[in-house]
Design a protein around this ligand. Structure first.
Ligand SMILES: NC(=O)c1ccc[n+]([C@@H]2O[C@H](COP(=O)([O-])OP(=O)(O)OC[C@H]3O[C@@H](n4cnc5c(N)ncnc54)[C@H](OP(=O)(O)O)[C@@H]3O)[C@@H](O)[C@H]2O)c1
Length: 295
């Protein structure tokens, strides 16, 4: 595979799994599009990547994934700079132990961990379809297992951090399998990966993490997986020729794992899709009657 000509868009590159992935992909010589919410942090990262890898094919964009408007603006900027994307890695994510509403009035975990991915993926699908072989990878987890579909994403409803994470990750998984169905027969694949329990900044990044939560996490860190290992899995899923045309799969690290049957439920998927279009005020004209319009 001609990795040096691949154009890869990575979200959430400024810490944890995303940062390790940015290093891995830059080291391999890819053209990298890094999308982060913090300009200063991503500029610092790019300097570090260029110094370490010598790869200067790195472009930076900023968007906060808790804002639908910022994602739509990001799409305009990227469409004016690129005519193709080969790999999209939906990695950005956050844990919110308390209930927060975004500027769009939506519960923050649902918006940052799922809805933003729905929007980013749909907005960039035209560019992925221009690739000889486009790959979308959603960094998922296992919280989806106890999640369920819920339309009440503007309301508190006895919110807990775990409830928010489960609902968002469940939606993300259902979306992955629905999009895989819609993209059948095209050159674009989509898969989800659970990276295992990885030592990252996810707890420190929680705006409401208590001192006890941070302490507990720091005690667990030595037993967690290194982020560079998760980055190697992402690299494998992004580029391995063994995975050509493999779509609609759930990986645990670099192996296939059968997800719970609930994520394949079509009725849930269609309801979620409708809700996501309504919340983002975006309807992808590439689809008609829940199918991709093939030219
Ligand atoms: N760590 C694990 O054990 C584990 C397990 C399963 C799944 N995951 C998933 O792995 C992904 C990466 O998480 P991580 O563990 O590497 O966490 P992390 O170290 O906290 O990294 C999260 C990344 O997402 C970015 N981000 C957070 N909120 C954002 C927003 N509103 N807009 C744009 N970017 C935002 C962060 O940017 P800043 O640097 O600006 O904060 C950071 O770059 C997440 O989707 C997470 O759910 C992690």
């Amino acid at each position: 595979m001609d990795i040096q000509n691949k154009i890869c868009l990575l979200t959430g590159p400024t810490s944890g799994i995303g940062k390790a992935a940015a290093e891995k992909f830059a080291g391999a010589g890819c053209n990298l599009i890094l999308v982060a919410r913090n300009r200063h942090r991503v500029e610092k990262l790019a300097d570090e990547l260029i110094r370490k890898t010598g790869n200067e094919k790195i472009k930076l964009f900023t968007a906060d994934f808790s804002s639908i408007k910022e994602i739509k603006e990001l799409s305009d900027l990227i469409h004016s700079a690129y005519s193709r994307i080969d790999v999209l890695i939906n990695n950005a994510g956050a844990y919110f132990s308390k209930f927060h509403k975004t500027v769009d009035g939506i519960e923050a975990s649902f918006q940052v961990n799922y809805l933003s991915r729905f929007l980013v993926t749909n907005l960039f699908l035209d560019l992925l379809l221009k690739s000889v072989s486009g790959r979308i990878i959603n960094v998922s987890g296992q919280h989806y297992r106890k999640g369920k579909f819920d339309i009440l994403v503007r309301e508190n409803n006895n919110y807990t951090g775990m409830m928010g994470a489960r609902r968002a990750k469940f939606a993300d998984m259902v979306f992955v399998f629905e999009l895989a169905r819609r993209l059948e027969g095209t050159n674009v694949t989509i898969n989800a990966v659970h990276p295992g329990s990885v030592s990252t900044c996810i707890v420190n990044n929680d705006p409401d993490a208590t001192v006890n939560m941070k302490l507990l996490y720091s005690l667990c860190r030595p037993f967690l997986r290194g982020a560079h290992k998760a980055a190697e899995d992402l690299y494998y899923i992004a580029f391995s020729e063994k995975l050509d045309n493999i779509t609609g799969k759930y990986f645990y690290k670099d192996r296939f794992k059968e997800p719970l049957a609930s994520v394949y439920n079509r009725e849930t998927a269609l309801k979620l899709w409708d809700l996501s279009e309504e919340l983002t005020d975006y309807r992808n004209t590439l689809f008609k009657n829940n199918k991709l319009i093939m030219e």
